[in-house]
Design a protein around this ligand. Structure first.
Ligand code: HEC
Ligand code: HEC
Ligand code: HEC
Ligand code: HEC
Ligand code: HEC
Ligand code: HEC
Length: 321
């Protein structure tokens, strides 16, 4: 009737959509048998409401195509909420985004962010869309939100996390198309985002003794000795750790798992990811009582010799942090 309607009859609608009498692609109401003509449920936002008989439409033809309208929405090129209402459910435009979008889309975090690796919304599809991993603003989203050495970190460790599309500070904010990194709520609350996938003063990448660590997303996965000294580290490196780490691991042949059994096993693999990089140092020593400061009890070194500890104090790193 208005002679354009975006698809104008030339292109078929996407799967799950049918063309209405005015030529617009509308979401098919539930799986029942498709009715080509009317969809009563969606009456409220019929196009004729907004055309007011003038034949003028606000948006250019083809705007119903998600590939077209998602870009200005995601980049906030114009503020959709101005006309479509604060909740995008109609507003002065009298067109609710719900008329086509699937139910629950506002809180479906993969609707816009994509769900290529997992269902958290990370890694997010690049803004506005597409392009390969090499250009991702933060290549290691999946590694962080899924986690192998640690439990998955929620978005809140690095961003203010919205509950819905329309949450304040999310896409309809004063910084269109930019995802602010805010460490305040997470483990790395003192961290600084340097831009371009680089961070500094990050607790999670630290040795847990001498302040925060730095990391760039192009550096790839971090090995065991990459943050704090690990099972393979030299005595000099182990001496940067608190107290008797170097002595125990190097001289007495006491492996990490003997004192951190909740976290690592005897192959020095992480078995307690929920305790690793969780903001507290977890010590579990089956032979000794450790009170956070001193150890008491008898244990056997690698050579099998019993060694009695009586309130042995665990102190600062002998080599300095
Ligand atoms: C200045 C007011 C205004 C703004 C801002 C606005 N819209 Fe609209 N929108 C309308 C009106 C009015 C309609 C009803 C159809 C028309 O006039 O094009 C509409 C309809 C639509 C439709 C249905 C189009 C069709 O062909 O059936 C989509 C999709 C849409 N808007 C998306 C958006 C998105 C996404 C944004 C933000 C990027 C946005 N709108 C911003 C006024 C606006
Ligand atoms: C005329 C139908 C129609 C209307 C009205 C509509 N959309 Fe869409 N939009 C779609 C379809 C179809 C998709 C794809 C849905 C899917 O993939 O499940 C989509 C997807 C999107 C996406 C995600 C694109 C992506 O893949 O990353 C955004 C963002 C979006 N719409 C914004 C809006 C906003 C904001 C409004 C309301 C102002 C709106 N749309 C109204 C049809 C519409
Ligand atoms: C370990 C920190 C961290 C975690 C956890 C994290 N992000 Fe990010 N995210 C970043 C960094 C860093 C950037 C890059 C920001 C920049 O350079 O502008 C980013 C960028 C983004 C972008 C913008 C993408 C683009 O192409 O511009 C989105 C969207 C995003 N993150 C969503 C999420 C979501 C959703 C989650 C949770 C499921 C999440 N992030 C978890 C650090 C994180
Ligand atoms: C309609 C599309 C859409 C949906 C649905 C959506 N987001 Fe976003 N989100 C964006 C866009 C676009 C950006 C980046 C642009 C910006 O922030 O200005 C973004 C940014 C983010 C960021 C980075 C911080 C920020 O606000 O910039 C996080 C975290 C995030 N989204 C999480 C979520 C979560 C969690 C959900 C589900 C509750 C969700 N998003 C649903 C489009 C969406
Ligand atoms: C990305 C940095 C990072 C990497 C890589 C890393 N760790 Fe850690 N690790 C930490 C931080 C930070 C702590 C401080 C305690 C905490 O927050 O859990 C820690 C603590 C520990 C602890 C003490 C117990 C505890 O509280 O978790 C052990 C044991 C440990 N790590 C073993 C390992 C082993 C084994 C590997 C290699 C498989 C490894 N770590 C790789 C950052 C890392
Ligand atoms: C003899 C027992 C013992 C052994 C063996 C041991 N640790 Fe620890 N570890 C501790 C104690 C005790 C702390 C201090 C806990 C506290 O702060 O209360 C600690 C703290 C840590 C920390 C926090 C940073 C620091 O230097 O205090 C890390 C990381 C860590 N251990 C990793 C390891 C790794 C990796 C190994 C194996 C190479 C290992 N530990 C072997 C007892 C041990």
């Amino acid at each position: 009737m208005f002679g354009l309607g975006g698809c104008g009859g030339q292109n078929p609608c996407r799967d799950g959509y049918i063309r209405d009498i005015q030529g617009y692609c509308q979401k098919r109401t539930e799986p029942q048998e498709p009715e080509e003509e009317e969809e009563p449920e969606e009456e409220e936002d019929t196009d004729s409401d907004t055309d007011s008989g003038t034949g003028e439409r606000y948006h250019p033809p083809g705007f119903d195509d998600p590939a077209v309208h998602s870009v200005p929405a995601k980049l906030n090129q114009e503020t959709c909420t101005d006309c479509h209402g604060q909740q995008l459910d109609g507003g002065s435009a009298a067109t609710s985004c719900d008329s086509c979008h699937p139910q629950g889309w506002r809180t479906n975090c993969v609707f816009c962010h994509g769900g290529e690796d997992n269902s958290t919304g990370a890694p997010p599809r690049n803004l506005p869309q597409g392009s390969g991993a090499s250009t991702d603003v933060f290549r290691v989203h999946s590694a962080h939100v899924e986690g192998t050495l640690h439990d998955g970190f929620g978005c809140e460790h690095c961003h203010v996390t919205p509950e819905s599309v329309t949450s304040p500070g999310h896409l309809f904010d004063s910084t269109p198309g930019r995802s602010e990194v805010v460490f305040g709520e997470g483990l790395a609350s003192l961290g600084v985002y340097e831009g371009a996938g680089s961070c500094s003063n990050i607790y999670c990448h630290s040795n847990a003794v001498g302040g925060g660590g730095d990391y760039e997303h192009t550096q790839g996965p971090v090995g065991c000795g990459g943050c704090h000294p690990g099972p393979e580290s030299s005595v000099t490196e182990l001496m940067q750790m608190t107290s008797q780490h170097a002595f125990h691991t190097d001289v007495a042949d006491v492996t990490c798992d003997r004192c951190h059994s909740g976290v690592v096993n005897s192959q020095q693999q992480i078995v307690g990811p929920e305790l690793h990089v969780n903001g507290s140092v977890d010590v579990t020593i089956s032979e000794l009582a450790y009170n956070g400061l001193t150890c008491t009890g008898t244990c056997h070194s690698g050579s099998g010799q019993p060694h009695v500890h009586t309130n042995y104090t665990w102190g600062p790193p002998p080599g300095g942090p």
